[in-house]
Ligand binder design. Structure first.
Ligand SMILES: [Zn+2]
Ligand SMILES: [Zn+2]
Length: 78
């Protein structure tokens, strides 16, 4: 398991399978559309209590950054 998958699973566990912005709910078939946003923009800051994470659907995450960063996220760099 990579580090990225590690914190994603943790964030989903803490915050639930729901988008923090639009409140869309997810299940096994749509979960890949739910992404983890770092509130402070620092992807290396991953406190175990989840305080730096926000679960956002792909659309809200894109909106949150509005700088084209989501492309990087989906390709595994976020
Ligand atoms: Zn959303
Ligand atoms: Zn983000």
């Amino acid at each position: 398991m990579t580090r990225q998958q590690g914190y994603r699973a943790r964030s989903l566990e803490i915050h639930g399978w729901i988008c923090a912005k639009c409140a869309r709910e997810f299940d096994e078939s749509t979960l890949h559309l739910l992404t983890v946003h770092h509130r402070d923009g620092n992807h290396n800051y991953n406190p175990p209590d989840g305080s730096n994470w926000e679960n956002l659907c792909a659309y809200c995450h894109d909106d949150e950054h509005s700088r084209g960063i989501l492309g990087d996220y989906l390709s595994g760099k976020d």
